[in-house]
Design a protein around this ligand. Sequence first.
Ligand code: GLC
Length: 560
Amino acid sequence: MTAPTTAAPARGRTHPGWWQEAVIYQVYPRSFADADGDGCGDLAGIRSRLGYLRDLGVDALWISPFYTSPQADGGYDVADYRAVDPVYGSVADADGLIADAHALGLRVVVDVVPNHCSDQHPWFHQALREGPGSPLRERFHFRPGRGADGTAPPNDWISLFGGPAWTRTTDPDGTPGEWYLHLFAPQQPDLNWDSPAVQDEFRSILRFWLDLGVDGFRVDVAHGLVKAPGLPDLGHREQLALLAEKRVPYFDQDGVHEIYRSWRTVLEEYPGQRIAVAEAWTDTLDRTARYVRPGELHQAFNFKFLNASWDADQLRELVALSLDAMRAVDAPTTWTLSNHDVVRHATRYADGDPARGVRRARAAALLMLALPGSAYLYQGEELGLPEVTDLPDEVRQDPSFLRPDGGNGLRDGCRVPLPWSGTEAPYGFGPVPGGPAWLPQPAAWAALSVEAQAGDPRSVLELYRSALSVRRSHPALGAGRAVEWLDLGPGVLAFRRDSAEGALICTVNTSGRPVPVDGSALGVLLLCSAEPPSAVAAGAAGGGAGFLLPADSTAWWQAP
Ligand code: GLC
């Protein structure tokens, strides 16, 4: 066990809790760095790159699952919650990684996957072996089928990866048996959170990793644990489309909150501000805020912001709604643009033009990092990586893609291994030029490697480094609950953040053309995602002399 970090906050000001303003970098371990050369990233690889993350200027890492798993869903199908999959290393490697990170002043957040386990988990094996009526089946959702002979699933729920959310089992005597529920792949049976054994087991799993020194947890599918009593039919065929607008009987049920209150008690038993962040897809931000009420989790991902279009009005509305919703429960807002489940934002924002995508991605990063609260970065966004959209079918591993009745299942495109250096694949991802990588990297990524970008002031990497450095030192950035909106005209989002030691103004031009703005209130330029705004003559921007904000750009100004 290592002691949790007590590293002082970077800024000199009073610090309400490290997570309130932390920049947390998501590591998808399979694709980050491969130390042993098997084509798959590992914990030793992450360990070897911690200096890079410290120099980038983030406060913490969130590492996606590295537990023992058959990898039916990239490790989100856990067979042993207290062991590291041999592909990634060992618990000793995890221990060493946490110690090294703490020594560098970086915190470590790990994933916990409580909604479902792997069908290779000993509990599921036991439940199948014991047969219907066994108390060991109560840890899952087993039900008889409907219709004569029970050949129809117990209800009409659809799996998020496509097809029915139920799979029929075979009884120990070889006859067709009960069905079990899996909101995701059939290899991911849902756990039954009414079972005291499940509740106890997860409190114990949290303690296992807390004892090892982790600083917190990202809670996978935090909104899914409790299902409506009786598992009622939905009566709707388009269930996936429904998720964004309406509560369904398997998501965001009120009962989940009791679980998180009990988890908070566990977290509070430990010194050093251990936290949890919810992956909770809800229909409204007010529902998201319920996960971070006092006594529950510390943060929840803000997926509304992630899903917003590149449009000043929409962004302003979402930022305001987010801040209002979280202020009501006195929790910090989080901001994120990408993760391992969505199309990378450099491609999402491109609208068919990759250069525009990168311009907007640079601008979006500066917007996100200027907002009050905590920001989550996804590995590779600091290199401006695009989505890889042309992976051959035979290399794809997203379970949704592999299911015959699956959805589009294109999540592999954001999981392609990172380019670190060199001109030959795997570009330093693995130790040997020409060596393997579990997904092929585009040839164009040689120019996007860390090595290729480092030191180039025009690169995305150096923009992130500068932004994170200003964010650390500027008294008006980081934690906070509000912004003051400024009106600089159509197509421009602008706000001011004040502190006793200085104020910062952020201007975002989401329009595809330069926009003249009145410069009198802006002050001195600190950083811009594009070429610095040029001065324009008095009159062009209304009253006094002004600036021409470049198309699709964000600028930070030291306010007068
Ligand atoms: C979460 C994970 C995703 C995974 C799913 C099922 O949404 O982010 O990658 O497939 O849960 O565990």
